[in-house]
Design a protein around this ligand. Sequence first.
Ligand code: BGC
Length: 762
Amino acid sequence: MTPVSDQRQQTERQLQADGIQAQVDELLRRMTPAEKVGQVTQYFYFRLPAGAATEPALGMDPDAQPLAVKEALGRGAVGSLLFVTDPAEINRLQRLALAGNRLGIPVLFGFDVIHGLRTILPVPIAMAASWDVETIEQGQAVAAREARAVGIHWAFAPMVDIARDPRWGRIVEGAGEDPFLGAAVAVAQVRGFQGTDYGQEDRIIAGPKHFAGYGAALGGRDYDEVNLSDTELWNTIFPPFKAAVEAGAGNVMTAYMDLNGVPASASRWLFTEVLRQEWGFGGFVVSDANAVRNLVTHGFAADPTGAAARAMAAGVDLEMAIQDPAYAQLPEALQAGAVGQDVLDASVRRILEAKLRLGLFDNPYVDEDRARQVLTDPRHREVARVAAERSAVLLRNEGDLLPLDPDELTSVAVIGPLADSPRDTLGPWVFDFDLDETVTVLEGIRRKVGDRVRVESAPGIPVVQRVFASMFDMFGGNRPEDPEGFDAEAELGRAVDLAGAADVAVVVAGEWQNMIGEAASRSSLELPGRQLELLQVVVGTGTPTVLLVMNGRPLDLRWAAENVPAILDIWYPGTQGGAAVANLLFGDVSPSGKLPFSWPRTVGQVPFVYSHTRSHEPQNQGRRYWDEPSTPLFPFGHGLSYGRFTYSDLTVDRPSITPEGTITVSVRVTNASDREAAEVVQLYLHQRHGSASRPVRELKGFQRVTLSPQASQQVRFTIGPEHRRYWSTTERDWVLDTSISDIWVGGSSTAELTTTFEVVRT
Ligand code: BGC
């Protein structure tokens, strides 16, 4: 086992220097057992939005719950709260907490700040598609600034779960299938939230989640069990978590499901051995919602006392509880010797450290006037727009239909029920949004072309409903206002007429936002409802058609990929989504996003990755099924541009290196077009032989470059032992093999420019 990392030692030294350790020691000395248990308990403070369905959300009684929390606050039995975003309410609750706590320990407020608080950024999978770590960092810095301004101290983000099965709805919250990209995106997000220290102004604690393996749910069914080999855990699932921890993340969240037969939330191996002992994580661990109490539901713990003892002993410091925390039973567990006093003290210590580092003891309240100003800061909207522009992926552009030239157009038809839906434009996992200021695709196009071009719009088909409702529907779901009043045939006819009479048709199709996210798994990847039919009739008019895909997962676009000339994946682009889309459509900016996952043709191919091993009969890799090519519809890393990039002069600075050696790879990238454009240059590596079979290609480097027309640039990558080391099943350890390796550099995972180098022991 490697020793506790330098990072933890550094943090400890810093805490000593700041006198935080001494303060914690003093508090711990004075705290009663009940007060300690209070600190390790986090409650939802959940007020249903006005007009929300009154059915019990998350299995709780919505009327009783706030009262129960207030009562607990009054007796100093709450360490943390979640789900409050109103600064006045946060101040009120903090006052209650401080009045109820004789030691003056403030409450820590956490929230799902996933892709923005008031300024909604594109969904995380979209941000990852930008492959732009600066933009990602900036985006989360905006989110942190808004969150901190209203009194939120901690984000339950980034979600760094690798997702290789798009049936799983939470693929939208992560960075896709690849551990290297996932790690880079994780680091950028942690930096965005925390800056160099979350104690600074406008910063909050980042909480990478869900440790670990949640994305591999059996059958893509959210919450179902996960079985992962050690090689997958170490090489694929863990790298983004490790990177987030090394970047200083202050918190980690557990995962709901069973991992290899044990609830992840009670895995001592995960939280104590890997996270703390091996990686030196010094922050605090929170359970996912109710995951401690649910150790009983899983058929793992006999009762809540056993659940509390086993979770705490595993290393779960704080219980996120919807109601009736299991950690309330900790005194009993302590008495029975099922968990040690030192273990509870260590957990309390970590939580108090975080509160002190945040400066909460000195400054527990927020300035409500300042909060209002921060939430409306126009610079934040600007960051959101740029992020939406950089994350869109141009999947296809036959005959250079895009960009559109407004001077050549007299009319545009904007078709589809998602084209003018502010709530869907924002995507899932937002709660504090402002629909009035959200720019839809229709609105964005109208604003861009003004009176010069006639813009008409029709939904064509009605809003589609989930077969099983979502608990998230209460936060602004997709209930049509008047489903009865929608004349389906007449509306379809109107859409076709508008498209037929226009110079260009823009169809917006995808999934409604409540069809993706938590508890939003699917058994198919088809466009829900009659959207494919709508697209087909629009294309059938003969009017040149652009398809804008609004999604958080790959959808079955086989028909579109052959019949629709231009396809732009706009994801759920956020508050400024429509403005960004208009800039892309009309060529103010060139698309530059790249797919963070392999886009399957059909659901039958999933789980699906580009980084598979060669295995048997690699020459038939594309013919693994007899009824459909087993290749992707669009490969990992794919994304077109209005520029035209060519690659040449791929070289390595030496033909061979030792296992610990480093090699420099250079390539020349040229923009052979008359437009400025950005390109994501990607480097893939393959080791030909070794102590385990290695993937045919693995991403090991990427750089985003912006090139003027006809400009060219040399791009350099360094490949060191950290890029070649992997966990080998043969050795049951990390290895650095001697081998010949191939390198490819280009604009996607199918890059053809290649060279080799050798790793030799001298
Ligand atoms: C999700 C977490 C989330 C938590 C709090 C859970 O259901 O799995 O990702 O942070 O709720 O909202």
